[in-house]
Design a protein around this ligand. Structure first.
Ligand code: SAM
Length: 237
């Protein structure tokens, strides 16, 4: 996959090369990440990238011209172009799967009060990583790259992805590792039993327990018969 990130602050994106799974994809030649400095596309030596908003209001708006010039210089027929903005569709694991299948992804990062809306006809979709305001789209780009690199074939065992939070779609069950007892806190007995069927059932029940507590909205769907039975048991506890 080829990833091109348009930004006014390339230095904020340097950690991308230090995320271990991304590093591995880069080293294997499976991924290429190009960071494009929008400032390079501002005409003239003054490099005037932003201006005050028409209609008045606080803050500065990044001008459409340098962003569109930068975009046109890197976009190809394969590009899927995403503008990162709080006004986009909410990012989730389903969207991460969708983006992970693209051949070429172009991410546009805004800053200040955002970018002139006239870039929108050149964008395939607008994505928000959550209901809060970041100072710039670079951290949102890192979130997206981190989440999609895990979904590239061969990076992580597909079995382990299937069992993760949001995949089921449930939050993940609690996990434990050695030692068996830590400061009086014991690993649940069933996990030591070696009984695969019992362990699966326990994990599903605990996943339902966590989901009910933190994300009951994920259960607003047709549950399986097994899930219904376990939810009933949880109600009766
Ligand atoms: N004035 C904008 C608004 O109210 O929607 C917020 C601008 S924000 C301070 C600057 C830039 O950060 C945005 O253009 C966008 O690229 C990025 N950004 C901020 N929050 C974001 C979020 N939740 N998801 C994706 N990008 C975000």
């Amino acid at each position: 996959m080829i990833i091109k990130i348009l930004t006014m602050f390339p230095e904020i994106l340097e950690p991308v090369y230090r995320i271990p799974l991304i590093r591995r994809l880069l080293d294997q030649g499976e991924w290429s990440v190009q960071i494009i400095d929008i400032r390079e596309y501002v005409p003239g030596s003054f490099r005037h990238i932003d201006d005050s908003p028409y209609g008045g209001g606080a803050g500065m708006i990044i001008r459409a011209e340098p962003v569109l010039k930068a975009l046109k210089s890197v976009r190809t027929d394969l590009s899927h172009t995403v503008f990162l903005t709080p006004a986009g569709i909410p990012y989730d694991q389903r969207k991460a799967h969708e983006l992970s299948e693209k051949k070429e992804l172009v991410l546009i990062c805004g800053h200040y009060e955002g970018i002139d809306a006239r870039i929108l006809p050149d964008v395939d979709e607008c994505i928000s990583i959550g209901d809060y305001i970041l100072s710039g789209g670079e951290t949102a780009a890192l979130v997206i790259l981190d989440s999609i690199c895990r979904l590239q074939q061969g990076v992580i065992r597909s079995e382990s992805i299937r069992e993760e939070s949001f995949e089921a779609p449930l939050l993940e069950y609690p996990q434990y590792t050695h030692p068996r007892v830590y400061e009086g806190r014991e690993v649940p007995e069933v996990l030591l039993s070696g009984d695969h069927e019992k362990i699966c059932k326990w994990r599903l029940k605990e996943a339902l327990r966590v989901t009910l507590k933190y994300r009951p909205d994920l259960l607003d769907r047709e549950c399986s018969e097994e899930e219904k039975q376990l939810l009933k048991e949880l109600e009766e506890e």
